[in-house]
Write a protein that binds this ligand. Structure first.
Ligand code: G6P
Ligand code: ZN
Length: 580
């Protein structure tokens, strides 16, 4: 057995190691600076309670992006030196973010106390792209702000880190245990199968047999795009091996360190190949598009759901899942505890909650806010406009879960139709939903990598403007005479109903008298400059008017949003980088 010593290394703080919405995300070149990662990992250990470090079992894995393997070896050595008892690593260092959450929760009895997740989610990967690291706690969810603030404070004063340099690099490609002996006793690194805990959990939630029947129906065609992220390994295991989908229904399902040079973000702009296959691209697809398509982001917590030539907005997706869950998904058969959405997400879910008399919560952007509600038993299903959907089975959003939820709904709706003429399609389900609940037309404009100063000024201008509603309404009338009046304008503030904590400045809102909304936020997940997001939403209750093109329906409100915010004046941008 390899013996190791603990070395204390002197170090000096780096600026800017503040974990954002979802961990610390920076360019790989920043992470590769000597001691940069070491400082952050040691600062994290210093922020945790002693029993979460000494003798603890910690999961370390991620979406497989460039620098992950080096980072895992470094974290192993620092963990050993800090008295951690055991490190669990998914084979090849791969675990999706939802799978990490599942592993922590599943194995909590076996002492899993937390996890380092190595991902920058939907940001590109590669030597000149992004890397990221975040810490998740024993409930399987991201560290709360109190912890991330402590980590940040520690990074500013760090003087030394501990490292076990004698530990050789562990072979991450082979399942098995490597054992070492240190001054505080034994230390093990266990490489385990990346998919089995997660698959086991999915089988307790969904009726795999009915989904399998749907997938084996020749009329039902399916396509899944992992965008070269970690979702690929779960897609192969679940959709192909467990549920019998054809192997060629998977595209980009081999994880790559640079995501094939692409942007692993499942939306209409970046999931180009899938979008083309589904008949939503500019050119017509080869052959008839599949009935159902879906994509994931790099770490597989996000999802995009598509029907044939049809896009399901994430805001509609969570509402439709919530409306159908009790009948279609065994895990929810006994009812929903409540539902929740992030503030900028459309109010489609609110309508479902009202009709089904469900507890409903509107939280700030960031999945961690849902976690508190779930831990308190207040929320079963939640979702965000940013292509995140999930439930209380874990404490992260879950891209594969969302696909299985939709497949379950389709399987349920088509139970008696598999041998018939025509199947109920994704589009049918959405149109029916709009007909009964009304439709929330919705779009989001993103201005990426804007000068940070200019972005701040724009936001300050919007806040200033809120002090006089009559003035706001005068401006609006000049831009779009048919746009209704703003009746409330504020910055969203949230009081957590569980722990009473207050989160301020969570997005600038303009609420209109017909239920329409404009929301402005600065992204918390970018790694360079600032990203301004503008969320535009309009409710249409009249079932005769729910089938318009959403960009056309929203055009007057978009115009108001851009002029009210003086977007072009402040940023110099005449068009957004991405529209979803
Ligand atoms: C991450 C979080 C999500 C959140 C999103 C917001 O993906 O996990 O919960 O919605 O970031 O990103 P943004 O760039 O809008 O801050
Ligand atoms: Zn992600």
């Amino acid at each position: 057995m390899v013996m190791f010593m603990v070395t204390r290394k002197e170090t000096t703080p780096f600026e800017g190691q503040k974990p954002g919405t979802s961990g610390l995300r920076k360019k790989v070149t920043v992470f590769k600076q000597p001691n940069y990662l070491h400082n952050f990992v040691q600062s994290t250990f210093n922020a945790l309670a002693a029993d979460q470090v000494k003798g603890a079992t910690i999961v370390v894995s991620g979406d497989g992006r460039y620098f992950s393997k080096d980072a895992i070896q470094i974290i192993i050595k620092i963990a050993a030196a800090n008295g951690v008892r055991r490190i669990w690593v998914g084979q090849n260092g791969l675990l999706s973010t939802p799978a990490v959450s599942a592993v922590i929760r599943e194995r909590v009895g076996a002492d899993a106390t937390g996890a380092f997740i190595l991902t920058a989610s939907h940001n590109p990967g590669g030597p000149h792209e992004d890397f990221g690291i975040k810490y998740n706690m024993e409930n399987g969810g991201p560290a709360p702000e109190a912890v991330t603030e402590k980590i940040f404070a520690n990074t500013k004063i760090i003087k030394e880190y501990l490292i076990a340099e004698d530990i050789p690099d562990v072979n991450l490609s082979v399942i098995g245990v490597s054992s070492f002996d240190g001054p505080e006793g034994p230390f093990d690194v266990e490489v385990f199968d990346s998919t089995s805990d997660y698959v086991k959990l999915m089988k307790t939630i969904f009726d795999f047999v009915s989904i399998q029947k749907l997938l084996s129906c020749p009329k039902f065609t399916f396509c899944y795009d992992a965008l070269h992220g970690v979702a690929g390994i779960y897609a192969k295991r679940i959709f192909v091996e467990e549920l019998g989908a054809n192997e060629n229904s998977l595209i980009n399902c081999t994880p790559k360190e640079d995501f094939g040079g692409g942007h692993p973000d499942p939306n209409l702009t970046y999931a180009k190949e899938l979008v083309a296959r589904m008949g939503l691209g500019k050119s017509s697809p080869q052959g008839e598009p599949p009935e159902f398509g879906a994509a994931a982001d790099g770490d597989a917590d996000r999802n995009m759901i598509l029907g044939k030539r049809f896009f399901v907005t994430p805001s509609d997706s969570v509402a439709i899942i919530a409306a159908n869950a009790v009948q279609a998904i065994p895990y929810f058969n006994s009812g929903l505890k409540g539902v929740a959405r992030s503030m900028p997400t459309s109010a489609a879910l609110d309508v479902v909650a009202k009709k089904l008399h469900l507890k409903f919560f509107e939280v700030p952007t960031g999945w961690k806010f849902f976690g508190n509600l779930m831990d308190a038993g207040l929320c079963s299903i939640c979702g965000e406009e940013s292509f995140g959907t999930g439930s209380d089975h874990i404490r992260e959003k879950d891209g594969i879960w969302a696909v299985l939820a939709w497949l379950s709904i389709l399987a349920f709706r088509n139970k008696d139709k598999l041998d018939g003429e025509k199947l109920v399609t994704v589009e049918d389900i959405v149109l029916q939903h709009w007909a009964t609940h009304g439709r929330h037309y919705y779009t989001r404009y993103d201005y990426e990598n804007v000068d940070a100063g200019a972005a701040k000024e724009l936001m300050a201008h919007l806040v200033n403007q809120q002090s006089s509603l009559p003035d706001v309404n005068k401006i609006i009338k000049e831009i779009g005479p048919d746009v209704p009046n703003v009746i409330q304008a504020d910055e969203f503030e949230y009081k957590d109903p569980v722990d009473g904590s207050i989160s301020k400045h969570q997005g600038i809102r303009y609420l209109f008298e017909d239920g329409s909304r404009l929301v402005f936020r600065l992204s918390g997940t970018g790694s360079e400059g600032a990203t301004i997001r503008v969320y535009i939403e309009q409710y249409e209750e009249d079932s005769m008017k729910t089938r318009r093109d959403s960009q056309a329906a929203l055009a007057p409100l978009v115009d108001v949003a851009l002029k009210l915010s003086k977007m072009q004046e402040f940023t110099g941008r005449s068009a957004p980088t991405v529209i979803t």
